[in-house]
Design a protein around this ligand. Structure first.
Ligand code: TXA
Ligand code: MG
Length: 343
């Protein structure tokens, strides 16, 4: 299949390109597009065949449900059967933005979107290109991250091109994504609101609005054999570069010593800028130690770079585990398949 590339500087400068991309979506095609979190691979979320095509293009297991993206809260009632008061409060505080809410679904939401669950995940992105695409297509847009299943989520159009060229109808190039990690997913169908995936909206921020908020154990722990996932995405190995990644949890000096003692061909460090001067192995830096937002923004590109550089074994310096750091930690844990060394 031929993949069109639409370069969009802004929604005001390139309305024609945006319209062409929106028309492809409305016709049932697949379009990769930027959001403030990561690039999404979009399709008309009410068109069962279009949604199936997403799974095919990504090579994604079909029991892993998709997020529906809206551009207006007026689209919500046709998708969610109940809109509890907590959802209204969260929408007022965090929408548009990097927060996805899991709510009971209406019968309009195809099973292909919900992976057979009776709930649906909904997000109202803040990225203007994303919003304008959704508005012009006139549909809620189902969109997982626009990577091949298993590889790190794309934060630039080039990442999408690397993974999906020839597999999708179009890629909208709208520059690099601000947050750099996928949205926070919160389930509102349980007694206590529960974070299924941490992201740019932090658990601390959610607690300020809602009071009690739980964090699903699968955010920081591997799932036991046979355990049922609250969020099916959590059971798959994710974000993984081809190299083996080990997460090293310790202070700067200990980290540097640990890595330098294991210097060998193919050994790399994925580290903070403060670690760089003392390291004797090749490094890819993912931001400053005290700057989780910077780390979030850089992480997925850093994981892809490690592969390009031919890394075989990567020692990654563990981030903080609170605020946006929790989201960075969650992705790195998965990249490392939960292989953590505490030093
Ligand atoms: O930031 C994001 O959320 C990006 C951009 C494109 O919006 N999208 C994204 O989609 O990360 P995806 O498909 O890569 O991740 C969706 C996550 C998966 O872990 C999935 O299991 C979970 O949301 N999810 C979707 N529907 C769900 C549901 N009904 N109940 C529980 N978890 C759900
Ligand atoms: Mg994904």
């Amino acid at each position: 299949m031929e993949t069109k590339i639409f370069k969009i500087a802004s929604i005001f400068e390139n309305p024609d390109e945006l319209q062409q991309a929106a028309d492809i979506l409305a016709r049932g095609g697949l379009v990769a597009f930027p959001t403030e979190t990561v690039y999404g691979l979009g399709a008309n979320g009410l068109n069962e065949d279009a949604v199936h095509a997403i799974y095919q293009a990504k090579g994604r297991p079909s029991d892993n449900p998709l997020i529906l993206h809206i551009c207006d809260t007026e689209m919500l009632p046709q998708l969610a059967r109940e809109i509890p008061e907590v959802a209204v409060r969260l929408a007022l505080e965090f929408w548009p933005g990097p927060l996805t809410m899991v709510l009971p679904k209406t019968s309009r939401v195809p099973d292909a979107v919900s992976g057979g669950l009776d709930t649906v995940a909904i997000r109202f992105p803040s990225n203007l290109i994303a919003r304008e695409l959704i508005r012009r297509s006139g549909k809620p847009i189902a969109a997982p991250s626009a990577n091949l299943s298993g590889s790190p989520s794309p934060t630039t159009a080039q990442h999408c091109i690397d993974d999906l060229m020839g597999r999708v109808d179009a890629i909208v190039d709208g520059g690099s994504c601000g947050v750099g990690l996928e949205s926070t997913v919160i389930s509102l169908v349980r007694q206590i609101p529960t974070v299924l995936r941490p992201g740019g909206v932090t658990v601390e921020q959610l607690r300020e609005v809602l009071g009690e908020v739980r964090v699903d154990p699968a955010v920081t722990h591997p799932m036991a054999e046979g355990q049922k996932a609250a969020s099916p995405g959590m059971k798959y190995k994710h974000y993984a570069p081809k190299a083996k990644v080990v997460l090293i949890d310790g202070q700067q000096e200990a980290f540097v010593r640990y890595v330098n003692e294991r210097k060998e061909n193919g050994v790399f460090a994925l580290c903070f800028s403060e670690d760089v001067p003392a390291l004797k192995v090749p490094v890819v830096c993912y931001g400053g130690k005290e700057h989780p937002e910077e780390q979030a923004h850089a992480l997925f590109d850093a994981l892809r770079r490690l592969d390009e550089l031919g890394a075989a074994l990567v020692f990654a310096h563990c981030p903080a585990k609170d605020g946006v750091g929790l989201a960075v930690y969650n992705r790195l844990l998965r990249a490392a398949a939960f292989d953590v060394v505490k030093i």
